[in-house]
Design a protein around this ligand. Sequence first.
Ligand SMILES: [Zn+2]
Length: 198
Amino acid sequence: MVNFYNNTHASSTFYPNTRAAIGEVDFREEMYDMLYTKKRGADIVYRRAIIENGVPKKCECTKHNRSGEADRDIACSLCEGMGYYFKDYIVKSYINHSQAYAIYKKIKSIGESQVEYKTAYFEWNFLHRLTGDETSIPNRFDKIIQLNKDLAGSIASPSTAREMYDILSVEPYRLDNSGRIEYYRIRIISVVDKSFLV
Ligand SMILES: [Zn+2]
């Protein structure tokens, strides 16, 4: 199921420049500039859950035990212990961690976990480009995975996960005067269970 190198690059043809003509800020272009021109984006893995009847499609390995969860003792080659099917895509994202740090501090008393909140920014049509389906929108069952880099800043080969994040909320950013989505802002929290690290 792992498919890291499926469909990676944006095309400028996705950015019809209608707003510039009437003097408005085009946030789609701004996001493109930030990710690609200014190179503030990094390649991450967007792990897209395969949904069936509104929930992630369960992997075969979950059917062999009473709890209905993935068998973590024997790593399942189909779902990598996730317990459901998914597809991985490489995509550019800008991830920052200034925003939700305050929340982290408040709940820190719960335990000394390595929980970390961040905000990930994506282009308005990133999932359409990756999946070919223009109706696809980010889903709370999806995951975001940061990868280890080599010394030159490229994704190390073979690729290895540095951190995996659950999705807390998905906010399509829109301007008041138009319905169109300018970009996606996705709140993420690091997965405490590090068993995915190999
Ligand atoms: Zn499995």
